[in-house]
Design a protein around this ligand. Structure first.
Ligand code: OGA
Ligand code: MN
Length: 207
């Protein structure tokens, strides 16, 4: 088929229901670089992770109001020791998000955002994180916005429901900033996505 035919198909195919973008070109360019897998976790797996994380998180206080900080209303931990059931889940994440040859950071980043918590636009430091970021969302939905660092008119919105997995790699990880919208701005297009407390479990490749 002629190239024009392919382009026509791309323009008329709706994007999957959990990714929106500023334009068809950015959607198609990031199709494999910014991926959401809704329902990646079963209800039992979500429960396994949140039960295991809750006591560790509860010991910490939510942090606020560093004016220059990227994250507001959060507590976090870097976790290396996991139950066998959780290790099996993390292994599924590894297989789904990372090529077999890619080494991961040994600690998994667990971030607990309270209902009013949010993450401002940032690019993960290349000193501490390699090509790929994979995150599970627990408890509450949220909207992640990606915005091209040089061309802010180019953006994507990812709808992250509880139990979903997102993956940012390559251009989505390096050329776009990402953020988690505060409750007052938490919309996926026209659709309001009320924010509650959200826990993310984030695996990253080594730099
Ligand atoms: C981060 C980050 C996203 C998330 O901690 O750098 O972007 O899903 N987190 O919590
Ligand atoms: Mn980040």
């Amino acid at each position: 088929m002629a190239a024009g035919g392919g382009r026509l198909v791309m323009r008329t195919l709706p994007a999957p229901g959990w990714v929106r973008g500023s334009d068809p070109a950015v959607l198609s360019r990031l199709r494999d670089a910014a991926v959401v897998k809704p329902g990646f976790l079963s209800a039992a797996e979500e429960e396994t992770l949140s039960r295991e994380l809750e006591p560790e998180l509860r010991r910490r206080r939510y942090e606020y109001d560093h004016w220059d900080a990227a994250i507001h209303g959060f507590r976090e931990t870097e976790k290396t020791l996991w139950s066998q059931a959780s290790r099996a889940i993390l292994e599924r994440v590894r297989a789904a998000a990372f090529p077999p040859s890619q080494a991961l950071l040994p600690a998994v980043h667990v971030l607990d955002l309270e209902r009013r918590g949010f993450i401002k636009p940032h690019v993960d430091s290349v000193k501490f994180c390699g090509d790929t970021i994979a995150g599970l969302s627990l408890l509450s939905a949220g909207v992640m916005r990606l915005r091209h660092v040089q061309q802010p008119g180019q953006w994507l919105e990812l709808l992250l429901e509880p139990g979903s997995l997102y993956v940012l790699r390559g251009p989505a990880r390096y050329d776009f900033s990402h953020e988690i919208l505060p409750d007052g701005e938490s919309f996926f297009g026209e659709r309001r996505v009320p924010r509650g407390r959200r826990i993310s479990v984030i695996c990253r490749s080594q730099p």
